[in-house]
Design a protein around this ligand. Sequence first.
Ligand SMILES: [Zn+2]
Length: 211
Amino acid sequence: MKCPHCTIGIHESWSGKSFQYYNQPFAFAYRAMHCPECDKWIIQIKGDTETDWTLILPRAASRNPVPPEVPRTIAADYLEACNVLPISPKASAALSRRCLQAMLRAHGYTAKDLAKEVDMLLAETDASKAIPISLRTVIDGIRNFGNFSAHPITDVTSLQIIDVEPEEAEWCLQVLEECFDHFYVRPAQAAKRKAALDAKLAAAGKPLSKG
Ligand SMILES: [Zn+2]
């Protein structure tokens, strides 16, 4: 299994305890283990069935770290959306929705509601802003979550609670991760490559690259 703190693969070695309450079909149980990689404890409690365990420590399994190129306010909404996911998919999706809209609007995709803004992104004709297939696939999916994209947001700072399924809320986090890559990480990498090229050209006494 992957450690939910550090995401490194580790061997499962649980110790725990179960409690039977009269003739209830399932006992209450908890189990814990220590991660040898990051030196943290992982604790689970048993859910409704014998094989269903719910993570209680850490609250949410770690996802990949936020790339440093992502602006702090955007990263903050994303991290909050990750942290509240196990407790409230609705709250998580509301944060994801605000985070996605802030990114789209910062890049010129501004319309009446989020669904139209997603349409604008998908219809991008500027080759230099062409959206990668991985982002196209995940973001197209949220158009099917009627509640997620259909409501207008008049003020990006407002949070609207919307009904979503837990899987939909998790999907939204994937959309944000793909957007980080597209809007912030790749342009920063391209700018770095261009600067390196220009430095070489300048050293050779040649004109700078275009763009
Ligand atoms: Zn760990």
